[in-house]
Write a protein that binds this ligand. Sequence first.
Ligand code: NAI
Length: 504
Amino acid sequence: MSALSTNATVVVIGAGAMGSGIAQVAAQAGHPVLLYDARDGAAKKGREGVLANLGRLVEKGRLEPDDAAATAARLTVAASLMELKGARLVVEAIVEDLAIKRKLFGEIEDLVAEETILATNTSSLSVTAIAAGLRHPHRVCGLHFFNPAPVMALVEIVSGLASDAEVLDVLVATARSWGKVPVRATSTPGFIVNRVARPFYAEGLRLLEEAASDVPTLDAIMREAGGFRMGPFELMDLIGHDVNFAVTRSVFEANFCDPRFRPSLVQQELVAAGWLGRKTGRGFYDHAAGAAPPRVRTCSPAPAPRSVVIEGVLGPAEPLAAALANAGIPVECRPGEGLIRMEGATLALSDGRTATARVAGGAAADLVLFDVALDYVTAKRVAIAKADQAPDAAIATAAGLFQSLGKTVSLIGDLPGLVVLRTVAMLANEAAEAAHLGVATPSDIDRAMKLGLNYPKGPLAWAQDIGVGRVLETLEALQAAYGDDRYRASLFLRRRAASGMALM
Ligand code: NAI
């Protein structure tokens, strides 16, 4: 199916942050664009915002002045909804309220031709519900851009129950012709990105509630070991706790209170206090000018081990063997179960069980677990946790090993799955469940998470790299430890682990 031709008129309704951005994208792609807003002066202001953006692109040398002028000429303000008549595509980006959106779509339907495509930029409402009651619900789809729309490449193309396959195909091709990367999703709560991302925040909040460590340390582990651009708490402070909590709540409620999406009391307290993050100067962090910089808990320098014995393969941590040898530490390799033995400590990569449970199950009494890193060679930090039974001296011994590789080390509480592994396992589980339920294809899910949120790897590709078996063990250990259905593993993961088939 081909994209809409550039002489097709696009009408954008709602000239706020999203509508203005979408209008800019369509106008830059060559379409005549009409921008309409119910609030007096809002569409004019939205257009001026677009012109200012175009001016900045010209200043930076990213846009030719002629192209900016032509784009500006293609973007006009509509004084009333009556001007919709000639639209080939209408994109709605008004307030997130089902009743108001449904009323607007009813009015639009009376004005436009039967073949006009009607798209909604809703981020949380059901596309099916928005289209319900219309005479031609088959031409209504979700066209979910990310903020800021001109910058973010991802667009989720969402099919409601009645959406026509051909209409969806036209939107996919059109988004592509606008320079975007479209992914297809069904109309389910949170679509892809807002659903699969929930554990990124939720597991961080749980770890904080359980005193695994403090906010700056958990953020530093996710950044410097996990390779995420921001840790969960700094990201929530940026998004705003009111917005982030509302999305979590809406996905939770829309899933009939499935514990996988359960919101956090800690975050609810922040919202209640009005500590909404950067925009109010206070969230998990104090954003006031002159506030003390956050302190990350880091182990003191300890001597490097004189030698190590690596027993068996370390799985995703295997690059540590070569890195230790490169650092001049004598390494002896023996068959075994994936352990690093040193005088005074035994190290193992987390498989979801706590160190304390592993010692109780027969592991060495000086066991220290370490967390998953995105890349053990380049990671700046590694998190470790000690079994209750292990002597305190084992911490320094374990820290000394990672410090000899130039890394800083954070000691955290001995909780199942530690920090990065636990979060990535839960992200992968949600991605797997979305794939299992046909919300989107595995490759579109991974693409969406990388492009929509700048994750360093798609959750499914990451789980593949860690090992599907280890991810599954981690989820099973979490479910056993907490007795909580929140951690139940997706059948998709179980089946792929059993068959050995790749996740994507
Ligand atoms: P906004 O509050 O910045 O803009 C909404 C605009 O719609 C306002 O200018 C308002 O005057 C106008 N409006 C309200 N009711 C109207 C009506 N009946 N007819 C015409 N205009 C009307 O909101 P924002 O952030 O641009 O969000 C718009 C939509 O995009 C929502 O559905 C939201 O969920 C969705 N969205 C928002 C994202 C974000 O990061 N802000 C990201 C992706 C989607």
